[in-house]
Design a protein around this ligand. Structure first.
Ligand SMILES: [Zn+2]
Length: 504
């Protein structure tokens, strides 16, 4: 019904943009598949539009990356830094949720401007927003299994909806089971996306599939002869898991792009890239060895590596007055931080003789905004092939093989491909930023850009001429919610989440 009815409402109401997110998709993996002709739909899409590498933000994990894409601001402004956070004065990490987001995503602003938005499965969007349109939250969900959609009746309408798993691991002998879960989840999500795209009324439809990320994490070692845990027997069984997954994704991309129609501008993007990990540093063991951690009856003291779960790249100085049982006096904290930083910077992988750390920053150097202090004190990126984990179970070794679960991890280069009426074809691979996604969307909808955005509308994507003819207008609106102001939801919503077991 939409086309006919909307035609009467003026041209803006008929404007449509489709964003397709492929978590962890990278040209490093896709280029060889393009060469082999295995991704014909993605290749055709790339060729009729414009594309580039999409530089993501640090730390290179989905929650801050997708939130930077949807808001157009850096984590110092939107306050989503990690899957977990340490509430002030407690030693117990809790899952981050959309209630912690302190900047308005594009759908809020577009709704205010009269556009309908359909949002599906974008990570770190639980609990669902009450949008003008429809909304299905993305992971993590804690232990919650329902209440993920808006309007609530949408959940009945879509019936079967497998939630993206979180914190899963694979055990030897169980490789096939998890692969089936990833495939089945993707197939059902693809069906729901097609159904919503055809049946609902939308101006912006944004869906994310996360299987592209997980399949790389878990199955890389079966396809990579250089991986220390490469096993020819398992390789015969699972060596094509990643490529098969992307081949199937390509078919679904073809269907969704066709359904969106030729008048719709389409962006295909990822939140970060991917690469193998051959060896890992266990940060907790390293900090102990270097004397930054002391174990006492009260637990760890001095510097605690705030990298809950398996993700590294974050160090938090255990500061007096801020952290639970904080032991480092405030005036000493910068010196302790710089000491850790210098030693990490000069840390050499004994196997390769090369530096472990590719880049390391104090939080003030990479974030800007009212929520910078909620970040870890040091944020760093491991060198290619290397991973920083928290600790290995049953071992105090500083260096070791990666876990059986993670044989690949995120790299900073994601992808963006854009095609449709607003994107002139270009074969040149551009360099773009994930912070540019929201500004591009505002520009496509001809809406004033909020004045506190960190990204821009890249001329290399939309064309110099189009940008000169219609320069982005900076409006009065701001998206950052100041500290103390009420933001998304309220404390009663948070209490409900806690009572439902969201907080781990
Ligand atoms: Zn991932």
């Amino acid at each position: 019904m939409s086309a006919l009815l909307l035609a009467g409402c003026g041209s803006d109401s008929a404007r449509r943009v489709f964003v397709l997110g492929l978590d962890g998709a990278t040209f490093d993996l896709m280029d060889p598949l393009f060469e082999e002709g295995l991704l014909p739909n993605l290749a055709a899409f790339r060729d009729r539009g414009t594309h580039g590498e999409l530089k993501t933000i640090l730390p290179v994990i989905s929650p801050p990356a997708w939130t930077s894409a949807t808001t157009g601001v850096n984590p110092g402004k939107h306050n989503i830094f990690d899957f977990f956070q340490l509430p002030r004065g407690t030693g117990q990490p809790v899952l981050t949720s959309a209630l912690d987001r302190r900047a308005d995503p594009v759908w809020r602003v577009l709704n205010e401007e009269g556009f309908r938005t359909g949002i599906m499965n974008i990570p770190m969007t639980f609990p669902p927003d009450s949008v003008d349109g429809f909304f299905i939250s993305g992971f993590p969900y804690g232990r919650i299994r329902s209440g993920i959609a808006y309007p609530p009746e949408l959940e009945k309408e879509i019936a079967v909806y497998p939630l993206d798993p979180f914190g899963e691991s694979i055990q030897p002998g169980q490789e096939g089971r998890l692969l089936k879960v990833l495939r089945d989840t993707f197939e059902r999500h693809a069906e729901v996306a097609k159904q919503l795209m055809s049946d609902k009324d939308w101006n912006l439809f944004w869906v994310v599939f996360t299987g592209t990320d997980k399949v790389q994490h878990f199955y890389w070692k079966f396809a990579d002869r250089n991986h220390p845990e490469y096993d020819p027997v398992l390789a015969a069984q699972f060596g094509t898991a990643i490529r098969d997954f992307f081949v199937r994704v390509d078919q679904v991309v073809g269907e969704l792009v066709a359904l969106a129609g030729p008048d719709t501008d389409v962006l295909i993007m990822s939140d970060h890239g991917f690469g193998p990990i051959y060896r890992e540093l266990r940060l907790t063991s390293w900090l102990l060895e270097e004397g930054f951690l002391e174990v006492s009856e009260r637990g760890f003291e001095r510097v605690d590596a705030m990298a809950p779960g398996p993700f590294g790249g974050l160090v938090r100085v255990n500061r007096q007055g801020r952290d639970f049982r904080g032991s480092v006096p405030v005036e000493e904290a910068p010196r302790v931080r710089d000491d850790v930083r210098e030693r990490l910077e000069s840390l050499v992988d004994p196997e390769t003789g090369r530096r472990l750390v590719e880049a390391i920053y104090a939080k003030e150097e990479i974030y800007e905004g009212p929520y910078v202090d909620n970040a870890s004190d040091l944020v760093f990126l491991a060198a290619p092939g290397r991973f920083v984990g928290r600790k290995a179970s049953g071992s105090v070794d500083v260096w070791g093989l990666p876990s059986y679960t993670f044989s690949a991890f995120h790299r900073p280069n994601g992808i963006l491909m854009a095609a449709g009426p607003s994107f002139p074809p270009s074969s040149k691979r551009q360099s773009l930023s994930i912070l540019d996604i929201a500004p591009i969307l505002y520009w496509l909808f001809d809406v004033d850009l909020p004045r506190d955005l960190d990204g821009r509308v890249p001329a290399e994507l939309v064309g110099e001429e189009a940008l000169a003819a219609r320069p982005p207008r900076i409006g009065d609106r701001t998206v950052v919610i100041p500290p103390g102001a009420s933001g998304l939801g309220d404390e009663s919503q948070r209490e409900v989440l806690e009572s439902l077991g969201y907080v781990q």
